[in-house]
Design a protein around this ligand. Structure first.
Ligand SMILES: [Zn+2]
Length: 67
């Protein structure tokens, strides 16, 4: 199991997407709680970091994005 490395501004895919149909989230705050913004509808959600670590499926950091 690889460790999940993410930082502020990264886009992440969760195991379960947002009800709006999007599964592409931007990390807008890092702390004991993680704040995520749904890139589909702009909705903000909070979840505890430990829960986020369980729900995260993939991190798309800026360095990994290639055209
Ligand atoms: Zn959404």
């Amino acid at each position: 199991m690889e460790s999940k490395n993410y930082t502020l501004g990264d886009r992440v895919v969760l195991k379960k997407g947002h009800p709006c149909g999007t599964n592409d989230w931007e990390i807008v705050r890092l702390g004991a709680d993680i704040k995520l913004k749904c890139t589909g509808c702009g909705r903000l959600i909070f979840m505890p970091r430990i829960e986020f670590n369980k729900k995260i499926k993939k991190v798309m950091s800026k360095e990994d994005e290639d055209a």
